[in-house]
Design a protein around this ligand. Structure first.
Ligand code: PMP
Length: 431
C-alpha cells in the first residue's frame, strides 16, 4: 500500500495546523505511522488521497450509522441547500426535529440544538447548576464529555491517548468543582456525596462509556445511580453523544431501562453534520434562556442544512425498527468471529461488546473501569492497528475508543474483516 500523497499532505499540514490535524487522535500519535488523508467515502468504505480503500469501523466516530454518503441524507442536504445555508432565525424544521427527539428519547421533554457534543455537555452542566443552585458535579474517571474546561479532568478519548487526561489551561478554581469517581462503583458515589452534602448539582456519565474503550455498566449500576440522584436532588445526566440513537432508538436509556433527568446528544443526531443537543425534563429545560435565566446561545444553532441531515437520519431510524436488529446482528457476527479467533490461538484477551459497539483489549483482565482499561497493552494495539490498516480495515487509531459499526457492513465484508483480524493478530503478537 502506497500512501505518498497522505505523507506529503501531513508534512504540509504540520506547517499550518497544530500537529497537522483538527482533532488530536487523528494524528495517529498513539499508533505510529502517518495519518491517512481521506478524499471520499461511500457505504462501508473510505478512500484516501492515494486511491486506497478501507472498510470503515469508526464511521466518523459514530455518526454514519447507515454507512457513508447515504443517498437519503445526501438528497435532504442538497434540497435544503437550494434555499440558503443559514438564516439565524427559527425554521419549521427545528420544530419538527425537536418533536421527533422528544418522541424517541425517553428522558427528553424539551430540547435545545447546539453545534457539537462539547457544547451540549457544557450547557447541560450549566443548566443543572442553575436549576439546583449548586456548583459541584460528579464525573467518572476515563469518561469523555468533550473539551469543556470542567470535563478535562481524568478525561477519556484523545485526552488519555495523548497522555493529558488533565489538561493544562484548566484553572484550579474550575477543577475544584469537578468531583471524580471510578465507573461501576456505587460506594464511591455515596462517599463523594457524604463528603459534599447538598453541594452537588449533577452527576454526568456516559451510561455505556466508549471513551476508555467500550465498558459496560454492571447489573444494577445505572439503577443505583438513579436512586441516589433522586434521594439527593442531584440532576442525573446521561451523555449519550455516542450511544444516542445507536444502542436503540432511544439510546442507552432505552436499552438499559434507566431514565436520566437530562441527556446530551451528538454524532448521529446530525447525520454527519456538526450538531449536538441537550434536553430533559420540562421543569429543568425551562431554566434555559429565553424561557429562563440560564444563558446559552448559538449563531449557527439549528442550522437549516444540519437540521435537514439530522431530520432525515432520525426519521429513518424512527420508522425502521429493523435497523437496530440489523446492527445487533452485524455486531454479533463480528464479535463472535473475533472471539473464535482468540480461542483458536488460546488468547484470553478481553472484548467488550454491546449492539454495534465493541472494543478488543490486549489484556486478560476484565475491563470494568478506567484502571482496568489502562491495563491493555497499547504497544500491541498499535501493531494490530497498523496490520489492520495494511489489510484495508480502518480502526480507531487508539485503544481508548469504541468501534462503531454501520448497517453498510455485509456478511462478505465481515468475513474480510475477520480474515484481516486473524492475520493482524498473528502479525502483532508474532505468533
Ligand atoms: N461526549 C461524548 C460521550 C463523546 O464521545 C464526545 C465525542 N467523542 C463528546 C461528548 C464531544 O463531542 P464533540 O466532539 O462533538 O464536541
Amino acid at each position: 500500500m502506497q500512501i505518498n500523497k497522505s505523507k506529503s499532505l501531513f508534512e504540509k499540514a504540520q506547517d499550518f495546523i497544530p500537529g497537522g490535524v483538527n482533532s488530536p487522535v487523528r494524528a495517529f500519535r498513539a499508533v505510529g505511522g502517518n495519518p491517512i488523508f481521506i478524499e471520499r467515502a461511500e457505504g462501508a468504505h473510505i478512500y484516501d488521497a492515494d486511491g486506497n480503500s478501507y472498510i470503515e469501523l469508526i464511521n466518523s466516530w459514530g455518526p454514519m450509522i447507515l454507512g457513508h454518503n447515504h443517498p437519503m441524507i445526501k438528497e435532504a442536504v442538497i434540497k435544503a441547500m437550494e434555499n440558503g445555508t443559514s438564516f439565524g432565525a427559527p425554521t419549521a424544521r427545528e420544530v419538527e426535529i425537536a418533536e421527533l427527539i422528544t418522541k424517541m428519547v425517553p428522558s427528553v421533554e424539551k430540547v435545545r440544538m447546539v453545534n457539537s457534543g462539547t457544547e451540549a455537555t457544557m450547557s447541560a452542566i450549566r443548566v443543572a447548576r442553575g436549576y439546583t443552585g449548586r456548583d459541584k458535579f460528579i464525573k467518572m474517571e476515563g469518561h469523555y464529555h468533550g473539551h469543556g474546561d470542567s470535563f478535562l479532568i481524568a478525561a477519556g478519548s484523545g485526552a488519555i491517548t495523548m497522555g493529558n487526561p488533565d489538561s493544562p489551561g484548566v484553572t484550579k478554581g474550575t477543577a475544584k468543582d469537578t468531583l471524580l469517581a471510578p465507573y461501576n462503583d456505587l460506594e464511591a458515589i455515596e462517599q463523594l456525596i457524604s463528603a459534599n452534602k447538598g453541594e452537588i448539582a449533577a452527576l454526568i456519565l456516559e451510561p455505556v462509556p466508549g471513551n476508555m474503550g467500550l465498558v459496560l455498566p454492571k447489573a444494577g449500576y445505572l439503577e443505583g445511580l438513579r436512586k441516589i440522584c433522586d434521594r439527593e436532588g442531584i440532576v442525573l445526566i446521561f451523555d449519550e453523544v455516542m450511544t444516542g440513537f445507536r444502542l436503540a432508538k432511544g439510546g442507552a436509556q432505552e436499552r438499559f431501562g434507566v431514565v436520566p433527568d437530562m441527556t446530551t446528544l451528538g454524532k448521529i443526531i446530525g447525520g454527519g453534520m456538526p450538531v449536538g443537543a441537550y434536553g430533559g425534563k420540562k421543569e429543568i429545560m425551562e431554566f434555559v434562556s429565553p424561557a429562563g435565566p440560564v444563558y446559552q446561545a448559538g449563531t449557527l444553532s439549528g442550522n437549516p442544512i444540519a437540521m435537514a441531515a439530522g431530520l432525515a437520519m432520525l426519521k429513518h431510524l424512527d420508522s425502521n425498527d429493523e435497523v437496530y436488529k440489523e446492527l445487533d446482528a452485524i455486531g454479533g457476527k463480528l464479535v463472535k468471529g473475533i472471539k473464535s479467533s482468540l480461542l483458536k490461538y488460546q488468547l484470553d484477551f478481553s472484548i467488550n461488546h454491546v449492539g454495534s459497539m465493541y472494543s478488543l483489549f490486549f489484556t486478560n483482565q476484565e475491563i470494568v473501569d478506567f484502571e482496568t482499561a489502562k491495563q491493555s497493552d497499547t504497544a500491541v494495539f498499535g501493531k494490530y492497528f497498523q496490520a489492520m490498516l495494511q489489510r484495508g480495515v480502518y480502526l480507531a487509531p487508539s485503544q481508548f475508543e469504541s468501534l462503531f459499526l454501520s448497517t453498510a457492513l455485509t456478511d462478505h465484508l465481515i468475513e474480510q474483516i475477520l480474515t484481516a483480524h486473524e492475520e493482524s493478530l498473528i502479525q502483532a503478537l508474532g505468533l
